[in-house]
Ligand binder design. Structure first.
Ligand code: C2O
Ligand code: CU
Length: 544
């Protein structure tokens, strides 16, 4: 029997400003050599960020990796230039400072790298973290919310190791060993009461059919982007890549010291289920494929002081979209090239970072239908919006996935339609992504992009570039810009060192506050400005 290890609970960070440093590290994950990993503020994975709806959140992302990467805020409605997709590349030793106002509902979101062709590698090495949004509606409900005690994050992924214990991330869709919050053979003590689990599937491809080893009933209370209207009871819950589910499980009837397991019941799935393939090795095989295995060994502990002991009868009244709300519709088809082994793609087109696949008009509600004519299942994810699934050609939509979502599994020979509203964020310069969330499929080009544009937006009249002056110059800890001719706004600022290295990236900088350059070493720098009309200008300054 495996030796259990205590489940790691990622550090909780609270507030409106977060410093996130990405760096390579190592961790003892198994006997023998340590494994080279990457982490955010640590050696693997990253802190859980607690943020409140309505706050403006400022991120200070410092890339100390040897590689360029990006950091994407999965599930959030935000300006495309802050989104952290493949366009917002952060070179090594560069600071990227996005910020946005949180309009998303209370739910469990996450952040992860999204550099094209590198996503699987960067995620396999361990980069990512959870974001828990809180709001007044959720706060008013009698739900467990003591993080690490009765409100437990569960990030599920698996790894394959080579002979020297290093992660394998090429030509492999599946790991052989499960990590729960980065912990192998995880166990944890849950109090004898109602416990809330926030489950994220952070795998490359594998889906999990989750259930408890005593087949007890549990309750789904939330989807990717919000709480459900009422708890949904079930004994098995499918969780596919990129999806989050919040569940409640009532452990009050168990005696202290007894045990049970949260398990993946992955044996006997039909073709198309990711992780159902029969082989134990090779690109599509794995030691975990097509079998049942423990995800968390649970020990029942004492009740806490103010335990939640009952299930709320109802949760949140939602204003869901329906198919009738859509004023425009689009059809996407999942295709594979010829010969049949070519990479999966959308509409026979591989991802092209310079090609806009779709233009959506701001403030429209659209119905998107995705058809999978493929040999295998996929996980569809779209940036910017939370949507409502309105139909599945395979049968009724599960009540457990009837809430606000940003990702879903689409089986072979299935069409799934969803309705989303594309509000607020119009930006013809920066697209949002839609893609298969299987890291390997995404990297191989199963991704497309869309811009949200104003009905009248085009390239504005050509105007002279603005002239900027920096003051004071030489600069101390903070610099200010004085714009002498200012026909248009500042869209983006990069600060470049004398040797040509980008050291800071500031999307839509808040110029009235000045720019904090306190961490820059003394020397000459160039401040490169891109205006809303794509005009470029550069001014130099001295940091003393
Ligand atoms: Cu979780 Cu486009 O990403
Ligand atoms: Cu796919």
């Amino acid at each position: 029997m495996a030796q259990y290890q205590t489940l790691h609970i990622p550090q909780a960070l609270y507030g409106k400003e977060f410093q996130l440093t990405l760096k390579d590290s190592f961790r003892q994950l198994r006997p023998g050599n340590q494994t080279i990993t990457s982490g955010v503020n640590g050696d693997f994975w990253g802190p859980t960020l607690f943020i409140n709806k309505g706050d403006t959140v400022r991120m200070d992302v410092l890339n100390k990796l040897n590689d360029s990467t990006t950091l994407h805020w999965h599930g959030f409605h935000l300006p495309a230039v802050m989104d952290g997709g493949p366009h917002q590349v952060i070179p090594p030793n560069t600071r990227w400072k996005p910020y946005w106002k949180i309009t998303n509902q209370a739910a469990t979101y996450w952040y992860h790298p999204h550099l094209h062709e590198m996503t699987q590698e960067h995620m396999t090495k361990g980069l990512g973290g959870l974001i828990i949004v809180r709001d007044s509606v959720e706060a008013a409900l009698a739900l467990p919310r003591t993080y690490g005690t009765d409100d437990i994050p569960l990030v599920l992924s698996s790894r394959r190791y080579d002979a020297s214990n290093q992660f394998v991330f090429t030509n492999t869709a599946y790991g052989d060993y499960l990590l729960t919050n980065g912990t192998p053979n995880a166990q944890y003590t849950f109090p004898r009461q109602m416990v809330r689990l926030r489950i994220l599937n952070a795998e490359t491809e594998r889906g999990f059919i989750l259930g408890f080893s005593d087949n007890r009933t549990f309750y789904v209370i939330g989807n990717d982007g919000g709480l459900l209207e009422a708890p949904v009871s079930l004994t098995r819950l499918p969780v596919f890549v990129g999806e989050r589910y919040e569940i409640l499980v009532d452990l009050s009837g168990l005696s202290e010291g007894s045990t049970l397991d949260l398990k993946a019941y992955n044996s006997g799935q039909t073709l198309g289920f990711p992780g159902g393939e029969p082989g134990t090795d090779g690109q599509f095989g794995s030691l975990l494929n097509n079998k049942d295995f423990s995800v968390l060994h649970i020990i029942i502990g004492a009740q806490t002081a103010k335990p939640i002991l009952s299930l709320p009868a109802s949760l949140v009244k939602q204003n869901y979209l329906s198919a009738a709300d859509a004023t425009n519709s689009r059809a996407l088809s999942i295709t594979a090239g010829q010969p049949a082994n070519n990479p999966f793609r959308f509409d026979n087109k591989l991802f092209d970072i310079n090609y806009i696949n779709h233009t959506v008009l701001k403030n429209t509600t659209e119905k998107w239908s995705v058809t999978n004519n493929n040999v295998f299942g996929h996980c569809f994810h779209i940036h910017d919006v939370q949507f409502k699934i309105v139909s599945r050609s395979s049968g009724p939509i599960g009540a457990y996935e009837s809430g606000w979502k940003d990702a879903f599994f689409i089986n072979r020979n299935e069409t799934v339609s969803f309705v989303a509203r594309f509000s607020d964020q119009a930006d013809p310069q920066h697209p949002f992504m839609y893609h298969c969330h299987f890291g390997n499929h995404e990297d191989e080009g199963m991704m497309g992009q869309f811009v949200v544009s104003e009905p009248t937006q085009g390239n504005g009249p050509s105007t002279a570039a603005s002239k900027f002056q920096i003051y004071p110059n030489p600069v101390g800890d903070r610099l200010y810009l004085n714009r002498s001719e200012a026909p248009d706004g500042v869209y983006y600022i990069s600060i470049i060192s004398a040797s040509g290295k980008t050291v800071m990236m500031l999307p839509r900088p808040e110029l009235h506050q000045g720019i904090d350059v306190s961490h820059l070493a003394p020397g000459v720098y160039y401040l490169h400005i891109t205006s809303e009309n794509k005009k470029q200008s550069t001014v130099s300054f001295i940091r003393r």
